[in-house]
Design a protein around this ligand. Structure first.
Ligand SMILES: C[S@@+](CC[C@H](N)C(=O)[O-])C[C@H]1O[C@@H](n2cnc3c(N)ncnc32)[C@H](O)[C@@H]1O
Length: 318
């Protein structure tokens, strides 16, 4: 019998529930046809209809992040690691497998409340389980963690560095391999001091690291204030919002934590850089009533990248 408080004694329920929002929105956008994901439906079954602006926002988020994943993999090939921070129900491992990739090691971290549900879904769905590679034919599960040969999901609070180190060792992390860190709408939920500790620890331990971070920006204007108060009223504080004031504050947070370089783009720029045939295709899917609202949303989210290894410094959005 699993007790909620056993896994989450500190009361992070509001933050944890953001995974249900994100996964539900992705599931709906996939169903409408914005992008293909054969696996999200195994983690989330029913979702409400979402507004077209939300669907387009998620499309830009998923496709924008994909650009940088592809650029990283073009440089490293599959001999690399991916560490998905605050992974939620992300299906990237399975999408990469379908695209022919067999990454050396793929590690997913989130609160135990989330990873226990991810483990359960993987165990129950053959389409997920059958794609996990295991040398001895066995995938090891406990209620919050699972380990296959090159895929690991583990429950951990990203504010606790000792726990992270311990978990990464359990997943046989290799600090010398090129490593892609994904932080898709995660760092903003972590208090600045804890986030700095995490970023410093990563930059000092991985000699060839590349991080892709998606989250809020321009949060000090009126629209940003309204976003903040809406989230607070749903019990979800953006504890790390300090780094989300401008694209420069996004860049500085990495440079101040030992990363060698960083770049950032708001989602207006990211959307404009996506392939025009894809934009034309998705813009026909649904009529957009609130074009101005979509622009405002795009102005308030960004993708930033940062690196410790020199080989990643020429990566650009286009
Ligand atoms: C908005 S969801 C995003 C999930 C996934 N990255 C995606 O984009 O689909 C934020 C995720 O970060 C996780 N998270 C936030 N703070 C965390 C912490 N301190 N430790 C572990 N996970 C955390 C939440 O549990 C949640 O799953």
């Amino acid at each position: 019998m699993m007790d909620r408080t056993m896994f989450n004694p500190s009361g992070d329920d509001g933050v944890i529930s953001t995974n249900d929002d994100a996964s539900g929105c992705k599931r709906h956008a996939v169903r409408v046809g914005y992008w293909k994901d054969d696996y999200i439906g195994s983690f989330v079954s029913n979702t409400d209809r979402k507004a077209p602006e939300i669907n387009r926002g998620y499309f830009a988020r998923v496709k924008g992040i994909e650009i940088f994943i592809d650029k990283f993999l073009e440089k490293t090939g599959d001999k690399c690691q991916i560490i998905n921070l605050g992974c939620g129900f992300d299906t990237l491992y399975w999408r990469l497998r379908d695209a022919g990739h067999m990454i050396t090691n793929f590690i997913e971290l989130d609160f135990p409340m989330v990873t226990s549900r991810k483990c359960m879904a993987i165990k129950r769905h053959k389409n997920l389980l059958s794609k996990l590679h295991c040398e001895d034919g066995e995938v090891r599960f406990n209620p919050t963690d699972m380990h296959a040969a090159n895929y690991h999901v583990m429950g951990v609070d990203l504010r606790h560095i000792d726990e992270i180190e311990n978990k990464l060792k359990q997943a046989e992390v290799d600090f010398t391999l090129p490593t892609l860190f994904l932080a898709e709408c995660v760092l903003v939920y972590i208090e600045s001091e804890h986030c700095s500790n995490l970023l410093k620890w990563l930059s000092s331990h991985f000699s060839s690291g590349f991080i892709v971070n998606y989250e809020q920006v321009n949060m000090n204007d009126r629209f940003g204030e309204v976003m903040l108060s809406n989230l607070r009223s749903r019990g979800c504080d953006l504890a790390g919002v300090e780094a989300c004031q401008t694209l420069d504050t996004q860049i500085d947070r990495f440079l101040n934590c030992g990363w060698h370089g960083a770049k950032a783009w708001d989602m207006v720029q990211v959307y404009q850089s996506l392939p025009s045939n894809e934009i034309q295709r998705i813009e026909k899917l649904e009529l957009l009533d609130e074009a101005e609202l979509l622009t405002q949303l795009f102005q308030h989210y960004c993708i930033s990248i940062s690196w410790t290894g020199e080989e990643f410094e020429d990566i650009e959005i286009t």
